[in-house]
Structure formats: structure tokens, C-alpha cells
Design a protein around this ligand. Structure first.
Ligand code: C2E
Ligand code: CA
Ligand code: CA
Ligand code: CA
Length: 279
């Protein structure tokens, strides 16, 4: 069960030709996916590096297609972005996840933080802060519990008002995380210019812990630099004990990855919180 995500990916890789032929058709289906109730939000825990207690979760969308089965976001998010459908889909994910986080807060009172991914297309919408504000107001989730993840591949050039938009989101009381940190060409510029509360070290670096001393040095230096700038650090893609030990020894704050838990559907995550065991 651990390799659910990878299995999905393999299904896609194997069917890539078919998938390309069906692209136009899929786009039309995607348009109805939300209305037909085919989208799902999965939740992956983020744990405190020292205690391994669950301190938050990232919302990750999936599309449960009636014929094709569970479709990975790596496949349909680009389609949704190209067609503009990411705007209503992203808003649906935001509202659904905020409502769920509020329900978990009411039941368990753990103060868990909710991470929600934002695409460049959403960041270009002039009313994004208004959309986020109304999602918070309607669901009753504390703004400080919401962390918006902005991937480093989004450039200040393609999203002209990026800094202002993030400032407006920050002003609502939400937190901002730089996702996939270290993979773009502008990591340091981002760290300097964006109102980010924390960074998420990309899994391509984490994967090379114990393999590539250069990547280990980058991970160590990134944690050190983030802390000097008073930013928190999460590592993603933590898959093996060796990753955990290295990241803990080097002061990484939080961890996310298959070593602890894969992304779970709502019921599965609820069960996890109910048991409230260390992962
Ligand atoms: P991301 O934001 O970098 O999310 C982390 C991805 O790594 C997720 O893939 C997660 O399932 C996977 N992952 C978690 N732990 C591990 C691990 O230990 N090893 C490995 N190899 N992978 C791990 P997922 O769910 O397939 O999502 C892929 C990407 O799709 C996300 O990357 C994000 O960029 C995008 N995405 C997902 N949900 C949304 C959404 O609601 N809105 C937008 N705009 N993008 C989304
Ligand atoms: Ca993310
Ligand atoms: Ca990421
Ligand atoms: Ca990624």
C-alpha cells in the first residue's frame, strides 16, 4: 500500500499514448469532474522531526475517474492549468480541505496546520485573497492554521504581482511556504523577496541523502540558512530511516513522506487522528 502513488504513476506511464489521444476528451471530462463529484482530497501527515507527532497535513487532490480509476494530480493538474479549470478546481480543494481541517479541529483540537497547493494560474487571479478570505470565513478555520504552498517554479516574471498577492494572503493571517525549494533557478531570490514563513526542501535532495554528499551539503546548508532567516523547514519525500536520522541531526523542523504515511483519503486520516498514535 506504501507505493500507491508510484503504482498510479506506472499505470499512467504505461498508458501514455492512450492518454495523449484521450487528452482532449479528458479535458472535457475534467470540466465535469468537480460537478460530478469525482475529485477527492487526500491528506498526508507532516510530523515534528523530534517527536514524530502529527503537526499538520498537506491536501493533495486526486481524480477518481469512473473508467480510468484514480488519476494522479501530476497528470491532470497540467491539463487543468492549461484550460484554466485549475481556478474552480483549486477553489474546491481549498474549501473542501479548510472545511475538513475545521471539522478535525472541532473533534480532536490538535491545532493541525493545513497545507494547500496554489498554482501559478490561481496566483494570477486578482481576487485570490478574497477567495481565500471567504473560504476561511465560511469554514471557520483559523487563518494561522492555513499554509499556502507556492512552488518555486512559479516565476516573478510569469506572475507579475506575485509578491503583492502573497503579501495580501499573509495579511489575512495565513502562512506561506515555498514548495520544491532548491529546484528553481531563483531559490535565494525567492527567499529574499517572498513573505515565506517556511520552505519545503524538495524530495530530489532528500532522496540523495546517504547517496550524494553534495546534496547532503545542500540540505544541511538550506536548513541552516532558513533558520538564520527565521524560516521553518519541512523536508518532503522522507522515505527511509536514514533520511529521518540525517534530517533530525541537522535540525530540520518537520518531515513528510512515505516513511511516516502516504497520502490518505479523509476516512483514513480521520482514523489516524482518532488513534493518535505516533506514526
Ligand atoms: P507536491 O506539492 O510537491 O506534493 C508532494 C508529492 O509527493 C505528492 O504527490 C505526494 O504524494 C508525493 N510524496 C509524498 N511523500 C512521498 C515520498 O516519500 N516519496 C515520494 N516519491 N513521493 C512522495 P501527488 O499527490 O501525486 O501530487 C503531485 C503534485 O501535484 C504535487 O506536488 C503538486 O504540485 C500537485 N498537486 C497536488 N494537489 C494539488 C492541488 O490541489 N492543487 C495544485 N495546484 N496542485 C496540486
Ligand atoms: Ca506541495
Ligand atoms: Ca513539493
Ligand atoms: Ca513537486
Amino acid at each position: 500500500a506504501k507505493s500507491l502513488g508510484r503504482n498510479n504513476y506506472q499505470v499512467y506511464a504505461a498508458n501514455v499514448d492512450t492518454a495523449q489521444q484521450q487528452q482532449g476528451e479528458l479535458k472535457a471530462h475534467l470540466r465535469h469532474a468537480e460537478r460530478n463529484g469525482e475529485l477527492r482530497v487526500f491528506y498526508q501527515p507532516q510530523v515534528d522531526a523530534a517527536s514524530e507527532d502529527i503537526v499538520g497535513m498537506e491536501a493533495l487532490v486526486r481524480w477518481e475517474h469512473p473508467q480510468l480509476g484514480m488519476i494522479s494530480p501530476g497528470f491532470f493538474i497540467p491539463l487543468a492549468e492549461a484550460s484554466g479549470l485549475i481556478v474552480p478546481i483549486g477553489e474546491w480543494v481549498l474549501r473542501t480541505a479548510c472545511a475538513q481541517a475545521k471539522a478535525w479541529e472541532d473533534t480532536y483540537g490538535l491545532g493541525l496546520r493545513l497545507g494547500v497547493n496554489l498554482s501559478a494560474v490561481q496566483l494570477m487571479q486578482p481576487n485570490l485573497a478574497g477567495v481565500v478570505a471567504s473560504a476561511l470565513k465560511e469554514t471557520g478555520l483559523e487563518p494561522a492554521q492555513l499554509e499556502l504552498e507556492v512552488t518555486e517554479s512559479i516565476s516573478v516574471k510569469t506572475v507579475p504581482h506575485l509578491v503583492e498577492t502573497l503579501d495580501a494572503l499573509h495579511a489575512l493571517g495565513c502562512r506561506i511556504a515555498i514548495d520544491d525549494f532548491g529546484t528553481g533557478a531563483a531559490s535565494l531570490d525567492y527567499l529574499r523577496r517572498l513573505p515565506a514563513d517556511r520552505i519545503k526542501i524538495d524530495q530530489s535532495f532528500v532522496r540523495n541523502i546517504g547517496v550524494d554528499p553534495d546534496d547532503e551539503a545542500i540540505v544541511r546548508a538550506t536548513i541552516e540558512m532558513a533558520h538564520r532567516l527565521k524560516r521553518g523547514v519541512v523536508a518532503e519525500g522522507v522515505e527511509i530511516e536514514q533520511h529521518l536520522q540525517f534530517l533530525r541531526a541537522n535540525g530540520c523542523d518537520e518531515l513528510q513522506g512515505y516513511l511516516f504515511c502516504r497520502p490518505l483519503p479523509t476516512a483514513g486520516f480521520d482514523k489516524l487522528l482518532g488513534e493518535r498514535e505516533r506514526l
